[in-house]
Design a protein around this ligand. Structure first.
Ligand code: UDX
Length: 436
């Protein structure tokens, strides 16, 4: 099927490449010439496993192209809108200016019977408003939220847990649902549930899913606070809770909390929209979720200060991790990097390392010290702080080897991802977050 993907950021670039890989004829459109040039060249503008391979296959097959001209969307049967919806400056709501601009610029190129499929995360009610704008073109607007995780984006796009398509009532909506079913035919044939809903429900699914995941993480981090005050161990608590099949262990990873380009801004936008709808009270807990999450960063910094006897000034601190999570070079709202920046602000001699995110981190925070490799970062450190649970730190770092590099054997496990017994056995002062 011919399709356009408008916006070639994280979501759009992966979607375009994934759609080409299952046989569709895809044009990716973006206003950023550099991004278009990089993608056309088979280079991913960000780190994402499998994406480069998929891009190159698509480009070679001739089924995947990129352009900076919206006119190239003309003739496509489906137009996916995958532009960003950042947090507004000075508020919590979502900034819809890129979505609005994309629809406005696409409008003259739409044909009767085209389907416009919104993928961006938007406040509920947006799709109904946009439907009215595109109605005169004869195209139908549907909402098809995306649930991909960074680091797993290709996997999540090709084999999602579910596909949700919100459509307007009536025959046009039903026809559009059939078109989207054709788009996703391989996944649906492979057993992926295909849910057709109204527009508002589809928009809400995304916000609600992110709110739930954020709540689950903050829940276990709230338990970490209690564990710390009572001498319990939150990691064992999470294991024990996780065996309850009604609860499950995933997203019960305690530590410095969630960050990234999605969860933090999405829960704030969700709450802001609920306020507008007069139902702010219903999601008042999301403010607590956000507060618990931000408190984790303070707590991690405090643990380092305490471990160093009350002062970090002039101390060399190795910060292992900068990305907001492993398998990503994304540093947007990264708790890892924020811990590093705060320690630097207190006068510590901070050396950050990360397998993928150093270049991004250095651009944003040139005041920090950087080391290419883990061992270089550990050299002569007075304390080591693990803030992103890359395998390089979690699995592959030997406490005995590390002991030979540092000045003092102090390690703060900001992700509760290390084997505390092994580190202690090697003579380290190990401190987790809410762990004994
Ligand atoms: C998230 C949602 O998972 C995805 O469905 C949505 O489309 C976009 O937002 P992503 O931002 O890629 O995806 O990251 P995710 O893997 O969900 O992790 C988010 C943050 O939570 C990371 O900072 C991660 O370190 C943190 N996290 C995750 C925890 O602190 N504990 C956990 O147990 C799990």
């Amino acid at each position: 099927m011919r399709m356009s993907v408008i916006g070639c950021g994280y979501l759009g670039a992966v979607h375009a490449a994934a759609m080409a890989s299952i046989g569709h004829d895809v044009i990716g459109i973006d206003v950023d010439d550099r991004k278009v040039a990089a993608l056309s060249d088979g280079t991913a503008p960000f780190f994402e496993p499998q994406l480069v391979e998929l891009l190159r296959q698509g480009l070679e097959s001739g089924r995947l192209r990129f352009s900076n001209s919206m006119a190239d969307a003309r003739g496509a049967r489906v137009h996916f809108v995958a532009v960003g919806t950042p947090q507004v400056t000075g508020g919590h709501a979502a900034d819809l200016r890129f979505v609005d601009a994309a629809i406005r610029e696409l409008l003259p190129h739409l044909g009767d019977g085209d389907v416009v499929a919104g993928k961006s995360t938007v406040p509920v009610g947006t799709a109904a408003r946009l439907s009215e704008i595109i109605a005169p073109s004869g195209a139908t607007l549907v909402w098809n939220p995306e649930f991909l995780r960074e680091g797993w984006a290709v996997h999540d796009t090709l084999t999602p847990d579910r596909i949700v398509v919100g459509v307007p009532a009536g025959p046009d909506g039903a026809a559009a649902a059939d078109v989207l079913a054709e788009v996703y035919a391989p996944a649906i044939a492979g057993g992926t549930p295909y849910l057709v809903t109204d527009l508002a429900t589809a928009e809400l699914v995304k916000g609600a899913a992110n709110a739930f995941l954020a709540t689950k993480i903050s829940f276990i981090n709230a338990m970490a606070e209690i564990a710390e005050a009572s001498g319990a161990d939150v990691a064992l608590l999470a294991d024990a809770l996780g065996y309850d099949s009604r609860i499950g262990r995933r997203y019960l990873g305690s530590g410095i909390g969630f960050g990234g380009g999605c969860l933090p801004k999405d829960i704030r936008a969700f709450a802001a929209r609920a306020e507008e709808l007069g139902r702010g009270e219903a999601v008042g807990f999301l403010r607590e979720v956000d507060k618990i999450n931000l408190r984790r960063r303070d707590r991690a910094v405090q643990l380092v200060i305490d471990a160093l006897g009350g002062m970090v000034f002039g101390r060399r601190i190795a910060v292992l991790g900068a990305a907001f999570k492993p398998f990503s070079d994304d540093i947007r709202d990264s708790p890892a990097l924020e811990v590093a920046v705060r320690l630097r602000g207190l006068g510590a001699d901070v050396v950050v390392t990360d397998p993928a995110a150093i270049d991004n981190a250095r651009r944003m925070h040139p005041q920090l010290g950087y080391a290419q490799g883990r061992d270089e970062a550990l050299q002569d450190a007075d304390a080591v702080v693990v803030v992103t649970e890359w395998d390089e730190y979690r699995r592959e770092m030997s406490p005995v080897h590390a002991a030979g590099l540092v000045r003092r054997q102090i390690i703060i496990d900001g992700r509760n991802c290390l084997d505390s017994a092994a580190w202690r056995a090697a003579g380290w002062d190990y401190r987790g977050m809410g762990r004994r």
